[in-house]
Design a protein around this ligand. Sequence first.
Ligand SMILES: Nc1ncnc2c1ncn2[C@@H]1O[C@H](COP(=O)(O)OP(=O)(O)OP(=O)(O)O)[C@@H](O)[C@H]1O
Ligand SMILES: [Mg+2]
Length: 384
Amino acid sequence: MSSAGRRRYGLATRLLFAQVVVLLASLLTAGLVALLLGPSLFHGHVLQVRPVWDPEELLHIERGFREASFVALSAGLLISLGCAIAVTWWMTRGMQRTLDALTTAAAEVSRGHLSARVSSAGGGAELDTLAGAFNLMAGQLESTEATRRRLLSDLAHELRTPISTIQLYCEGLSDGVLQWDEGTERVLTEHTGRLARLAGDIDDVSRAEEGRLELDLVPVAVGHLLASAVESHQDAFARAGVRLRDERGSADDVLVHVDVHRVRQVLDNLLRNALRHTPPEGTVVVSARRAGEEVHVTVTDSGDGIPADQLDHVFERFYRGDTARDRDHGGSGIGLTISRAIADAHGGSLTASSAGPGQGSSFTLRLPSPARQRPPRGEGTGRT
Ligand SMILES: Nc1ncnc2c1ncn2[C@@H]1O[C@H](COP(=O)(O)OP(=O)(O)OP(=O)(O)O)[C@@H](O)[C@H]1O
Ligand SMILES: [Mg+2]
């Protein structure tokens, strides 16, 4: 059958056709056997019973045998045909329903209705597996699409403030309502800087979420990593009147294979967050310790704290807690998303804990020791 023909005839027709072919072949064989062998066998048996027969009587008996054979074969054909139709209907009913549902759902998905799903319609284990795989695919498409939409709306939301501020200042300057002075320059620089930072952060987030973060792994002592991070934040902490304590402890000399720039990015974000959320006179402690096969770096502050129901959300893109909603002082809410992705890319993790509002918070970066770390893919360049 040509492929066009296969397309024209449905599953039920083709299955019935196949059964009829088998049926006719069996009938033909049975008919030929009954026609060629049956009469002589029957004749032999009749003569064994009584060697001499009246020819009329013999003819009558043999006609009876032929008619009985014909009726048996015809009845067999009709019953088999009925069975073939019933079996085909029974088998294809469930399959057809599942296939129709799959076709409709696929068409829905192609039109952008990603919530379309297929329910099991008794088409057999294989079709149920296919329907399950389809539902999984549709579910993943739906969640990717939801993430994309949320990212776009978050992004638009984030861009609106700096863009409208810059726009207002530009209009003010061109109308002569505003003068170019130090204040104007500061505001414009701050908001253009914010846009530039946002662009960089978005790039990092999408790389991290697609697993495209490139790591340049080098061996470095934990103490060295922490010392340089703490040192670069000392001034900001001193200005804000917050104590910054460095308690490196047992992990000081431990070597880790990390991308120094990326891990610094994590530490900088943790320290900036701690400073932003700790009032003057508060304390932020940076500590590191060996924990089995891992090194744990913890930044603990005595500041705002995080309510239990928000602990997991702080790692979501663009999430900002109530105390950080003021955009002029808070960040874009991407720092922890990127930080966690960086920790994951190193084969480690980043987690948060807090006893609740006003009780301070603690962020722990876990880095595997060199023996447990995944080897860099491109040996020689050290890039993964
Ligand atoms: N030490 C902390 N104490 C209390 N809340 C915190 C602390 N660190 C983070 N958070 C909460 O988690 C949110 C997300 O932090 P994240 O670092 O991702 O974003 P951000 O600091 O607001 O902006 P940026 O993208 O500039 O880092 C913060 O807005 C804040 O609500
Ligand atoms: Mg931050």
